[in-house]
Design a protein around this ligand. Structure first.
Ligand code: FMN
Length: 442
């Protein structure tokens, strides 16, 4: 179905459009569902809303959180989500996605301690001493999308003709060797230990959006022990999780933000039907999740696509770099139904759902519908967290979101990020990010 911009006056309008499209989404008006506390490896979230990892590209040259980073997390924490999933933090300098991406190392551990303290104290100032959001840090190596200086310096799992065709930088790409991958597993461990020392509750071994460990999952044509078979392609994430677990001990959450569908043609895409990349095949993602479950992983944040190749799959939008080949409600349904399938299969896993921001105030109805139908355990917000961090308070206290404060999925936050600028919501947090947008984009 054709792309259409958001234009729904009320929930009934939206439901009618779903019917017209033949899209199945669950909606509910029971906002009490968001009050449900969630137990993750013994830690309890104060409610069922999570803020997703959202990079602000506002760290220092050395990777430390800077003034705008602290401001973002203060705003997030004062909004009141039960779980704050801190953005992509690089484990090595060469794996940074931009020169201002956060990067954790021994020299800046004190700065990360301050970030953690800021999150907890901001939440407690707002909601009292007993309120404590669960905090997870996403650890990453950006792989083919690494830009530690200003341009791409790709480090890849294998050549991928689909993404190569978009970026045309395969000649400068370094195919990471098995020895380097083994070393990188240990670098994830070092970073995880630092995250623990900084006071956070857990780490995410990131395996999404076609960054390095996500790309490895579909490295069907890679030779050697980190490619080819299912066992080879999942070796990096499994080894890393095993090593991290051994190092950090039992009282620390190990999670993963993981793609369950890449939307890229086989044999270059993960979770796709061999004949048709538009159709998901969850056989391998399910097998991997089952292996993670056996290792004690109880928290997953599931997602799809990549912002560099098929952003409409990754984050349904009104405006972006191109007009998407589908209606945004179809994209939302792909995310909800795919994630719901996993939650049904792994009912003891805490799964964070993705893809709500596009629906503005009705995202609360979709979130409640998802909770009511056990399609996820936590409702995760990405772009909406930039625009409207107080959405949690509004849902829990007022029972509804305010349309005037909602993210309008205009894509401006991504536009700034792509040109290495510091990002946030240009429209609803305009005083800070309006001038930045004008400086970088015009
Ligand atoms: C500016 C920007 C930064 C992002 N940073 C991250 C990140 O650091 N890690 C990650 O896993 N996803 C990141 N994402 C993806 C979001 O977490 C989320 O999956 C996506 O926006 C869809 O959710 P939404 O519809 O609620 O926005 C980012 C997205 C945007 C637009």
């Amino acid at each position: 179905m054709e792309h259409k911009e958001f234009n729904y006056r009320n929930l009934e309008d939206l439901k009618k459009e779903c019917e017209r499209l033949g899209v199945r989404l669950n909606f509910s008006t029971n906002m009490k569902l968001f009050e449900r506390k969630v137990n993750i490896n013994g830690l309890v979230t104060p409610n069922s809303i999570a803020f997703h990892p959202m990079e602000g590209c506002d760290g220092t040259k050395e990777g430390s959180p800077a003034e705008l980073t602290m401001r973002r997390y203060q705003r997030f924490a004062k909004g009141g989500p039960g779980l704050i999933w801190v953005e992509a933090v690089a484990v090595v300098r060469e794996g940074r996605a931009n020169p201002k991406q956060l990067w954790i190392h021994k020299e800046n551990i004190e700065e990360f301690k301050k970030l953690h303290k800021t999150i907890i104290s901001s939440a407690q100032e707002e909601f009292g001493q007993n309120f404590r959001p669960v905090t997870i840090v996403q650890l990453t190596h950006s792989g083919r999308f690494s830009k530690p200086n200003n341009d791409f310096e790709p480090i890849i799992a294998h050549q991928d003709p689909y993404i190569n065709a978009r970026y045309k930088n395969e000649n400068i790409a370094h195919i990471i060797t098995d020895e380097e991958l083994e070393q990188l597993e240990d670098q994830f461990v070092e970073a995880a230990l630092l995250v623990k020392e900084a006071g956070f509750d857990g780490v995410d071994i990131k395996a999404c959006h076609r960054y390095l460990s996500s790309e490895l999952l579909s490295a069907f044509d890679r030779q050697g022990k980190y490619g080819g078979s299912f066992e080879g392609r999942t070796r990096f994430i499994i080894n890393t999780i095993d090593k991290v677990k051994k190092a950090v001990g039992e009282d620390f959450i190990i999670a993963s933000r993981m793609n369950i569908y890449d939307g890229i043609q086989y044999p270059y895409g993960w979770g796709v039907d061999k004949d048709n990349p538009l159709i998901a095949d969850f056989t391998e993602p399910k097998k991997l999740i089952s292996m993670l479950y056996d290792r004690g992983v109880r928290l997953l944040n599931l997602t799809m696509g990549t912002p560099y190749y098929n952003p409409h799959v990754n984050r349904p939008y009104d405006k972006g770099g191109y007009v998407p080949p589908e209606h945004p409600l179809e994209g939302i349904s792909r995310l909800m139904n795919g994630i719901g399938t996993m939650q049904k299969e792994f009912s003891n896993m805490v799964i964070v759902g993705t893809g709500f921001s596009y629906l503005r105030e009705f995202s609360a109805n979709l979130g409640a519908g998802v909770l009511e139908n056990s399609q996820a355990t936590l409702i995760g917000y990405g772009r909406a967290a930039f625009a409207y961090p107080d959405l949690v308070k509004d849902i829990l206290i007022k029972g509804q979101m305010d349309r005037r404060k909602c993210c309008i999925t205009c894509g401006k936050c991504s536009e700034i990020m792509r040109v290495n600028g510091t990002t946030g919501c240009v429209i609803k947090d305009a005083k800070i990010y309006g001038p930045i947008y004008r400086e970088y984009i015009g």
